[in-house]
Design a protein around this ligand. Structure first.
Ligand SMILES: Cc1cc2nc3c(=O)[nH]c(=O)nc-3n(C[C@H](O)[C@H](O)[C@H](O)COP(=O)(O)OP(=O)(O)OC[C@H]3O[C@@H](n4cnc5c(N)ncnc54)[C@H](O)[C@@H]3O)c2cc1C
Length: 402
């Protein structure tokens, strides 16, 4: 048993959790999560999909109707409008996430910046989209970020490229500020994160003077990041701007550990899950305690952390919808957290990736892998979906199908 305080929100309320899904959608989600339980199927399916796209097999359509439908808003922003409105009917906002993966070519990086700027302009006109997210590797070449992070001297050409890259990200941050739309910059691998932090925090110092616009991401699965959060806060207070952060546990654990082992340095990752959970909740607590000068997003599928946030806000007698407090889950996952928190009056937004099917395949494969039976996520989703199917008297139908 956890010694965390009891939550004032009923996360088991499946009627609220799945209010946005009709019977058909509920059954589809249940069947998809049931399929994803099978790890070998997910592994084979993932490899087959990558190969099929490489050799040009026509598999976009079946993907579009199944896993894409569950985890993506659409192929274009226009298509996202329908799920955006559906979420909004239940008090859940949207974080628009252009789901293309890292690019190397400067022309492609420029195009992503153009798309982000256009999305920020669109969000300005759409009351249901108040946040846009981006990976810095969608705007700056990975190897350049790595070289800048390593403190190795850049060549003259690289220096020029770095200046162009910084200008590209600046144009996005400036548009966000002009449009009064928050932008969340993702955290990525630790060996490129120093360059990401440098760019993002320099923009926060410029654009967060009046209100939180530029959000950096803190990965609490790193053992040094709780201290870093506190350092950032100290600097922001000294320089007179609002610190804005998205708190996550972190997505690259295996890769981080493998690289550290291969290159023979100490892993930046916490020794175990308990340590990650402890620092995540400590980070959350720190943000709540300093919410007059910190705006934050509790970006997690962890129910205990969401319960802890709700409890702390209640104890502090802060309004649940304080503009400095947001929670976020990925589109298609953990609706029991998003919808029940929104019903309790909290600011909640779903991370909604969109893009051409082919471009979002790596994202979809990651979601499928995350939802295999290994880490238990799928078990929870399935049980909740099943409970709601039972509540709606639908369960016999799916059992007959087994
Ligand atoms: C809205 C949103 C935005 C996100 N943005 C980012 C981002 O910008 N950058 C990023 O890296 N990730 C991001 N993520 C992913 C996030 O970091 C986690 O991978 C994911 O959400 C699972 O963690 P959890 O907090 O939901 O909870 P849980 O499922 O309780 O925790 C799982 C996480 O705990 C950690 N963990 C698991 N086992 C161990 C272990 N043995 N030792 C140490 N730690 C362990 C890992 O970080 C793992 O992902 C985002 C997630 C969401 C919901």
């Amino acid at each position: 048993m956890s010694d965390l305080p009891t939550t004032p929100i009923n996360f088991e309320d499946t009627a609220t959790a799945f209010a946005g899904k009709n019977n058909e959608e509920l059954k589809n989600a249940y069947n998809l999560f049931r399929l994803m339980q099978h790890e070998h199927l997910v592994n084979i399916g993932g490899r087959f999909t990558e190969l099929a796209f490489k050799i040009g097999l026509p598999i976009s359509y079946p993907i579009r109707l199944t896993i894409f439908e569950q985890f993506c808003g659409g192929e274009t922003v226009e298509e996202c409008k329908k799920p955006v409105r559906k979420l909004s009917k239940h008090g859940v906002h949207t974080i628009l996430d252009y789901g293309v993966e890292a690019k190397q070519d400067e022309e492609e990086l420029d195009l992503i910046a153009v798309t982000l700027n256009r999305n920020l302009e669109l969000a300005k006109e759409d009351p249901d989209i108040n946040i846009v997210s981006s990976k810095i590797t969608g705007l700056v070449r990975f190897d350049l970020l790595e070289k800048v992070s390593s403190d190795n001297e850049l060549t003259v050409d690289e220096e020029k490229e770095w200046e162009r890259a910084k200008a590209r990200v600046y144009s996005v941050s400036k548009t966000a500020s002009d449009c009064d739309i928050q932008i969340y910059y993702d955290a990525e691998e630790s060996w490129i994160q120093p360059a990401i932090d440098e760019i993002v925090m320099s923009h926060a110092a410029i654009f967060n003077k009046e209100k939180p616009i530029i959000f950096n991401t803190i990965q609490l699965y790193r053992h040094d990041r709780l201290e870093y959060l506190k350092e950032l806060h100290k600097t922001a207070k000294k320089e007179g701007y609002i610190l804005a952060v998205k708190l996550v546990r972190g997505a690259y654990m295996e890769k981080e550990r493998a690289r550290a082992k291969r290159l023979g340095y100490d892993s930046p990752i916490q020794p175990d899950k308990e340590a990650t959970d402890r620092d995540y909740n400590a980070g959350l607590t720190y943000c709540v305690e300093h919410m007059d000068t910190i705006a934050f997003c509790n970006a997690t599928h962890n129910q205990e952390s969401c319960g802890l946030l709700a409890e702390m806000v209640q104890v502090k007698s802060t309004p649940n919808d304080h503009p400095h407090i947001f929670s976020s889950q990925l589109f298609g996952m953990s609706d029991h957290l998003s919808f029940n928190m929104a019903a309790a009056g909290f600011n909640v937004a779903k991370y909604m990736p969109y893009g051409p099917v082919k471009e979002v395949i790596p994202y979809l494969i990651r979601r499928a892998k995350e939802n295999t039976s290994v880490n238990g996520q799928v078990g929870r989703e399935l049980n909740l979906l099943k409970a709601e199917m039972e509540r709606r008297d639908l369960i016999e139908v799916s059992e007959e199908e087994e």
